[in-house]
Design a protein around this ligand. Structure first.
Ligand SMILES: [Zn+2]
Length: 511
């Protein structure tokens, strides 16, 4: 059957025909983009005319840095994102423990120590869940709190030294408080997911439909363990994934560890920490460094070259200016040996930039995958415990674009809001959900933000030959929106509705 979508405003992202009225879809592909009359000529014996009555059609949104294999479980794990106090966290975990099957860890997600005023302790968690391992993840997913049973199972005791690239928080007497940073949480975090992961096909089926309803038609899971790669294969074989999910691999020993044992495919490398990313700031006129840096420039160069020689792409997580500088320096060194590696590496997050780093990234021509939705979720200011430095710019989207940086957007969900229209709105308004405006001079136009979440995202993910724009021959992954993001006011962007999601030419039912 040929589907003729007519009387629309089609924002194609194709520079040769940026706006059209209609398009034709057959066998999952776009076969024509143009005016309503010319598309109606393509009627065949078996056809459907879809009169869109002036609504807007855009390419399906693409999220090249999403944690689907974590976010998919959100309906099963204890949701601590709304917790206002440690008592709230305790109540939520205690209730979750009653629902958690035997053998599985009680797992909570998303607490925010700024809201709670403190981090919970192992004692707080023991009071809520005394008899089995429990762990609650910080919203950043780079630190967590474990109860005593969980610490024991993960082998974290008083005598355990801090691992390189991690820290076991301790009280004055030297006893672990339960709070684990970065590589110190590897064993506990990995163990806390294990039993749950058996239900991946079931949760992925529902989650991929929720993603589609938000307008996402293709994503990349930015951290897939070898075990999860096998779960993905099962989910695909069962036809559970309603959208396209690409996989970026990490090793089995924990997300932040060296990915030596990662499954084949694109590789994820954490260059620095998350909430405690590697920063170098001027304080009282003197440079000071803070946070976790997992690789030296030389180590990272060697890792990049080894990956490229094995035909692997590399996604470098780098957040702090020192982390980004390390990544940029290593990429510069590696492309001197293998110039073609330039197309095989990207930098994800790149939050704390400087003018010098922006220029070096633009020169390299590598993709940067940034997350505007954090401006909405958490405001744009650096965390209060991080010294500010006038040369550091936080999420400088407009400066980066002006300098020629190849910039795509993503959500980092569940760390940031999953809805692309929220991210687009945040990039345009620079405004948080509480109304806080951050560096408004770094705002993008709606069309630049839309491109960053469609065509640029497809390019960063390496799928632009088939997705990211509405052109003949590409996959018919498209959305019907309630209004035109290029014409509505900036404040209305986040409330635009995704009325229909078409994936490979099939209209998905909204869940
Ligand atoms: Zn991430």
């Amino acid at each position: 059957m040929i589907h003729l979508l007519i009387n629309a405003t089609v924002l194609t992202m194709d520079t040769s025909l940026p706006v059209a009225q209609a398009l034709a879809v057959k066998d999952g592909r776009i076969v024509e983009v143009g005016g309503t009359d010319e598309v109606l000529w393509l009627r065949e014996a078996d056809y459907e005319v879809v009169d869109l009555e002036g609504r807007t059609v855009v390419p399906g949104f693409i999220d090249p840095h999403n944690h689907f294999s974590i976010g998919a479980f959100e309906t099963l794990w204890a949701d601590c994102r709304g917790a206002r106090s440690v008592a709230d966290v305790q109540r939520t975990l205690a209730a979750a423990a009653r629902e958690t099957p035997a053998g599985a860890w009680v797992r909570g997600v998303g607490y925010d120590h700024h809201v709670l005023g403190v981090h919970p302790t192992r004692g707080d968690l023991d009071a809520a869940v005394p008899d089995r391992p429990a762990l609650v993840m910080h919203f950043s997913h780079h630190q967590c709190v474990a109860n005593s049973r969980a610490l024991a199972e993960a082998g974290v005791a008083r005598a355990t030294p801090d691992p390189p690239g991690g820290e076991i928080a301790r009280d004055k007497s030297g006893e672990p408080t339960g709070l684990l940073f970065e590589r110190a949480m590897s064993r506990a975090e990995t163990a806390s997911r294990e039993a749950w992961e058996a239900r991946f096909t079931e949760v992925a089926r529902a989650a991929s439909r929720r993603y589609a309803a938000l307008g996402l038609t293709a994503i990349q899971d930015a951290a897939v363990t070898p075990a999860m790669a096998r779960r993905y294969a099962d989910a695909r074989a069962a036809g559970a994934l309603a959208i396209e999910v690409g996989e970026v691999m990490v090793g089995a020993r924990g997300w932040f560890e060296r990915p030596d044992d990662a499954a084949p495919g694109s590789l994820k490398v954490f260059v620095d920490g998350g909430y405690r990313c590697a920063m170098r700031v001027l304080r009282d006129g003197a440079p000071r460094t803070s946070g976790f840096l997992f690789y030296t420039r030389e180590e990272l160069t060697a890792l990049l070259l080894a990956a490229w020689r094995a035909d692997r792409n590399v996604v470098c997580h780098a957040i702090g200016n020192l982390g980004i500088e390390t990544a940029v320096g290593a990429i510069e060194d590696a492309v001197r040996t293998m110039p073609e590696g330039r197309a095989r590496v990207r930098i994800d997050h790149a939050i704390f930039l400087t003018a010098a780093l922006i220029a070096r990234i633009a020169d390299l021509g590598v993709w940067v995958v940034a997350q505007p939705s954090f401006l909405w979720d958490r405001g744009g200011a650096p965390a209060p415990d991080r010294a500010t430095d006038e040369t550091i710019r936080v999420r400088p989207f407009a400066s980066a674009l002006r300098a020629g940086v190849r910039q795509a957007f993503s959500s980092d969900y569940p760390c940031g809001s999953n809805a692309p229209l929220v991210g687009i709105a945040a990039a345009v308004t620079r405004t948080s959900r509480e109304g806080r405006v951050a560096a408004p001079e770094e705002a993008l136009s709606a069309s630049a933000a839309l491109e960053a979440y469609t065509l640029s995202a497809a390019r960063a993910a390496g799928i632009d030959a088939v997705a990211g724009s509405l052109e003949s021959g590409k996959r018919a992954d498209l959305l019907v929106l309630s209004s035109n993001p290029l014409e509505c006011s900036a404040t209305q962007l986040a409330s635009i509705q995704v009325l229909e999601t078409w994936m490979k030419g099939v209209r998905l039912n909204q869940p």
